[in-house]
Design a protein around this ligand. Structure first.
Ligand code: SD4
Length: 344
């Protein structure tokens, strides 16, 4: 049972539309008023931000930065991004990604197999088709037509090991994503969480950036929940859920249990709250509270985090549980910042 007091404390915030909260800067938020700036989820974001910074520091466009940035993570060995990631329960790695620019152009691919850089395919969907979203075989066919190589259908050694472990029980239940467990010392104090069995259970990368011209863009890429049901999509490829950009207001990306991000149109909700005047961290917090409100006591079993930036360069994040951190890069700042969270 969830600790009742904790639950009441957490949900006590859900109804308040307090104007007071609007301009309060809580801990974990960064009021930079300085750009360019790039922020991204989890510790892999540190490396991804470096690549984004190469573009932003030269006056480049945020859209190019957020594509190049997350391509780094797609190429790394990661439990939850790119072809090295954990497979679905049938043993296939299926990838989801989306991208959005300052003109509200957006592109998305989902259930994409054997393509190394889904984020770049999402960008091609945005730029070269009249559509926003391509999925499965059609997305793969489009990628190949666009010159993306079709990679071998094989699991990385670490994904193979994790899959074999999972097969021992083959428990099919909604995946527990990002629920706080032991921190891994090798990865520093704000490392992504490991499950009790020693396996990584998340690491989706969402990135939003504000370029030197004051324009915003965002990207999000993932293999989704490990050992998911074949064909399952989370929030990450869904514009408005895993990512949303409004160049007048701000941008937001999400990580964690996608089903519950979709339920509240998470990233769009955060941006709309910023439009009402809430700072990024408060906007993220209010969206988290909304998830807690709709989930009730079950919220204790899931992790969701939002990460947002305002048009003027303020940055903030909020999570349900402890353990989420985000990476930030500006001209004089490069660090991993622990997010505030509700369940204390
Ligand atoms: C999903 N939101 O597919 C993704 C998973 C995730 O860190 O963010 N993991 O639901």
């Amino acid at each position: 049972m969830i600790n009742r007091r904790k639950f009441l404390q957490a949900t006590a915030f859900t109804g308040f539309g307090s104007v007071l909260a609007k301009k309060v800067m809580a801990s974990g938020a960064v009021n930079l008023k300085d750009y360019p700036v790039v922020i991204s989820t989890w510790d892999a974001g540190l490396r991804a931000n470096k690549a984004a910074w190469e573009i932003l520091s030269k006056g480049g466009r945020a859209l190019d930065a957020v594509e190049k940035g997350v391509m780094v993570t797609e190429s790394e060995q990661n439990c939850c991004v790119g072809l090295g990631a954990n497979p679905d329960r049938d043993g296939f790695v299926t990838l989801d990604a989306c991208i959005m620019d300052e003109f509200a152009n957006c592109g998305s691919v989902a259930f994409l197999e054997r393509i190394k850089h889904p984020i770049s395919v999402a960008r091609r969907v945005m730029e070269k088709t009249p559509h926003v979203m391509l999925v499965g075989e059609g997305a793969q066919q489009f990628a190949v037509t666009e010159g993306f190589p079709l990679e071998k259908q094989e699991l990385s050694p670490s994904a193979q090991k994790s899959y074999e472990n999972w097969l021992k029980k083959s428990e099919y239940k909604p995946p527990a994503i990002n629920v706080e467990s032991k921190q891994n010392k090798d990865h520093g104090p704000f490392a992504p969480n490991k499950l009790e069995n020693g396996e990584w259970n998340h690491d989706t990368i969402g990135m939003v950036a504000l370029d030197a011209n004051g324009n915003l863009s965002g990207s999000c890429t993932t293999s989704g929940a490990g050992f998911k049901m074949r064909g399952r999509l989370g929030d990450s490829p869904i514009i408005g859920a895993g990512l949303f950009v409004d160049n007048e207001v701000g941008a937001c990306t999400a990580t964690g249990q996608g089903e519950d991000v979709i339920r509240v149109a998470g990233s769009h909700t955060v941006v709309e709250l910023m439009r009402q005047g809430f700072l990024p961290e408060i906007a993220c917090k209010k969206a988290i509270e909304r998830i807690i409100k709709v989930k009730g006591e079950k919220a204790k079993d899931i992790q969701v985090a939002f990460l947002a930036i305002s048009k003027s360069g303020e940055v903030g994040a909020y999570a349900i549980h402890k353990g989420f951190s985000y990476a930030i890069k500006t001209k004089d700042k490069e660090e991993l910042i622990p997010s505030n969270y509700i369940m204390r």
